[in-house]
Write a new protein. Structure first.
Ligand SMILES: Nc1ncnc2c1ncn2[C@@H]1O[C@H](COP(=O)(O)OP(=O)(O)OP(=O)(O)O)[C@@H](O)[C@H]1O
Ligand SMILES: [Mg+2]
Lengths: 382, 274
């Protein structure tokens, strides 16, 4: 098992526009780290730098005990699975699997043994004599995985390996990749822009934006204590409802509603004291109808605009007198479009047209006007 | 376009290209006296042999050097085809895959040389080859033209079609630069390679001015140049012989083309089918 360390890696394709700002990352030995972020944020570029397919401008890459910064790709002992699989179209599945072994000049008998072992492991026995063009997407994906594991690399890099599969298959293969990685114990960097994939797979999640790390940590921790509005909006079924608030005396005022600071957890209270303008984030799935609640809560009242049914839950869109903050500015901070409607996600079937919802004070997310979380230090050390 | 019209157009085009060869073929089976007799008034026998015979071919085979010269042409064909294909492959690989300053400019500059006719560079080329001591040698003929802009263009385009991820996968799988070319790219551009090879093989049959300039010994001369010297404006020319020799000369090119043409279409079909 090998630990991967990136030290202030930078990269720009054209002068003046950095694709990766000084970038630091540590993947512990055997860890599955998921890089996630919107399109164009530099995820693939980062993988290519690690693989040696692109030259980095500055910085250092260590894999295990080796400094691989200037090592040729073929000597890095890294295997990569590409989004379009990049199988050799002129070779059969058998020869695709054998390709890395042939480059290592292994004995023919050993190659046969290893190929059949990997084929058995990935259920490819029946397909060994086919060409890649005769395979389904899921089968191609398995061949690509097989080609990656066959030479027992020090590190796996996967660049959106499931994005060409349909939803059902994706869930299934996701589980297989997870199991495989656990069994082999090989360190893995996995790139995706699907947040469900990211959360289900990751030991630790790295949220990226414009070539910069926004937050690093286990998915659950990032969900509970996002470091900023971007990270908060990225994880979760729907982005939180963001509202503008003010601190007046000892209370947080949000539109007509307000909440005494004394109800908040200690660290939050001290961090909020002395500020003026803030944003609060209310996760739609954390809202509850007030009649179900028994303690002091922050309460929102609103009128329902429309409802969306998703499986057994329901997204209730409503407008509240608390109003929403400047949607344009929040959208910029969150890196995605946010409307001024509020959302409540519930499993109840019948809901009234007028809603009265509360949230427990400790579930409220607080951000300053730059979108940085207040009182919660979500990100762990790099 | 309407179907019959399109068919007619094709027929006319085909006839335009094939007619001279057919005429030469017909003439090669004639006798010289036969040829002159009907030349005056236009009739079917102006074009077709009245009494077909293979006498002209017999005479062609007795020409002392024709077989050597034909061998020269065919050998040069193989050498030029193979040489340009290899050089085009290497240049095309570099121009498509290596990133270096001025790559695009270099490519355009190379394409630009296409617009310079060979006739223009012939005199300086002659002096260079002479100074290298290669006049009157096989390699003196071949070397100056072993690099072909068209070939490079053709192969570079084909390599551009091969996804870069394939190179990336190969180099992570342990392949060096040469192995990437050999095992990941080459098998996927076979169609272009064969096209390039065939094109430059056949091109040799069009060579005239350069061998005429750079090759003065009859043993080393190419068949098509030697045949031209059979036409002697001062004495009466044995035209049947000229035609027979010409037909014999194009025969090897024809055979090679017929054999390889099959691979051309089929290999393109397999690389196209992703
Ligand atoms: N070869 C290249 N030359 C110039 N610019 C490039 C090159 N490759 C990527 N870029 C730019 O670098 C930025 C990051 O690209 P990258 O492919 O790493 O994004 P990504 O996070 O993988 O996005 P996606 O989720 O869409 O795959 C983009 O703005 C892209 O335009
Ligand atoms: Mg990408």
């Amino acid at each position: 098992m090998h630990k991967l360390v990136l030290r202030s890696v930078t990269k720009s394709y054209a002068a003046g526009s950095a694709v990766l700002k000084p970038f630091d990352l540590v993947a512990q030995a055997g860890e599955l780290v998921v890089l996630v972020g919107p399109s164009g944020c530099g995820k693939s570029t980062l993988l290519k730098l690690i693989a040696g397919l692109e030259k980095l401008d500055d910085g250092q890459i260590l894999l295990g005990e080796r400094d691989i910064t200037n090592v040729e790709p073929r000597h890095r002992r890294i295997a990569m699975v590409f989004q379009n699989y990049a199988l050799y179209p002129h070779l059969s599945v058998r020869e695709n699997l054998a390709y890395p072994l042939r480059r290592q000049k292994l004995r023919a008998a050993d190659i046969v043994l290893k190929v059949s072992a990997v084929a058995r492991q990935l259920r490819l026995d029946e397909l060994l004599d086919r060409r890649p063009s005769q395979l389904s997407g899921g089968q191609k994906q398995r061949v690509a995985m097989g080609r990656a594991i066959i030479r027992e690399p020090d590190l796996f890099l996967l660049d959106e390996p499931l994005s060409n599969l349909d939803a059902a298959l994706r869930t299934h293969v996701r589980g297989e990749i997870r199991d495989l990685q656990r069994r082999l114990g090989t360190t893995m960097i996995y790139v995706t822009h699907d947040q469900v994939e990211a959360q289900t797979l990751a030991d630790r999640l790295v949220i990226m934006r414009n070539g910069e790390v926004q937050q690093v940590g286990p998915p659950q921790e990032i969900y509970e204590r996002p470091a900023n509005i971007f990270a908060a909006a990225f994880l979760g079924t729907a982005p939180p409802n963001f509202l503008a608030g003010r601190i007046v005396d000892d209370r947080v005022e949000i539109g007509q509603a307000s909440l005494p600071l004394a109800d908040l957890p200690g660290e939050c209270r001290t961090a909020l004291a002395g500020r003026e303008q803030i944003y609060v984030g209310l996760r739609p799935e954390m809202l509850r109808p007030t009649c179900d609640l028994d303690r002091d809560h922050f309460v929102l009242r609103g009128k329902v605009i429309r409802r969306e049914i998703v499986g057994n839950s329901q997204n209730v869109h409503f407008r509240s007198e608390a109003g929403s903050a400047d949607a344009a500015k929040l959208s910029a901070l969150a890196g995605r479009h946010l409307s001024d409607e509020l959302v409540w996600t519930t499993e109840r079937a019948g809901t009234d047209d007028a809603v009265e919802l509360g949230i427990r004070p400790e579930s409220i997310l607080f951000f300053d006007t730059d979108g940085v979380a207040i009182g919660a230090h979500g990100s762990d050390a790099l | 376009m309407k179907r019959p019209l399109r068919f007619m157009l094709r027929l006319v085009l085909a006839a335009l290209f094939v007619a001279p060869i057919l005429l030469a073929l017909a003439a090669s089976f004639r006798d010289n006296s036969d040829m002159y007799r009907y030349a005056g008034s236009l009739s079917l026998w102006t074009f077709l042999p009245a009494e077909p015979g293979i006498d002209a071919y017999r005479r062609a085979f007795t020409l002392p050097l024709l077989q050597t010269q034909l061998f020269n042409t065919v050998l040069l064909g193989f050498v030029m085809a193979t040489g340009t294909t290899v050089s085009s492959l290497l240049a095309g690989y570099a121009l498509s895959r290596f990133r270096f300053r001025g790559r695009q400019a270099l490519f355009l500059l190379m394409l630009f040389t296409l617009f310079i006719p060979v006739d223009v560079i012939l005199p300086p080329l002659f002096f260079v080859v002479r100074d290298l001591g290669l006049i009157d040698s096989f390699w003196g003929l071949a070397l100056p033209f072993i690099f072909s802009p068209i070939g490079v263009y053709l192969i570079r385009q084909a390599i551009e079609e091969v996804p870069r991820e394939l190179d990336h996968a190969a180099s992570l799988d342990g392949a060096g630069l040469w192995e990437v070319l050999r095992t990941a790219i080459l098998p996927n551009i076979r169609g272009a390679l064969i096209a390039c090879w065939l094109m430059h093989f056949v091109f040799v049959w069009e060579w005239y001015l350069w061998p005429l300039t750079a090759m003065r010994s009859d043993d080393g001369q190419l068949a098509q140049v030697a045949i031209a010297s059979l036409i002697d404006p001062l004495r009466s020319t044995d035209y049947a012989l000229v035609f027979a020799a010409a037909i014999l000369t194009i025969l090897p090119a024809f055979v090679v083309f017929a054999i390889l043409q099959r691979f051309l279409t089929s290999s393109q079909a397999t690389t196209g089918g992703k």
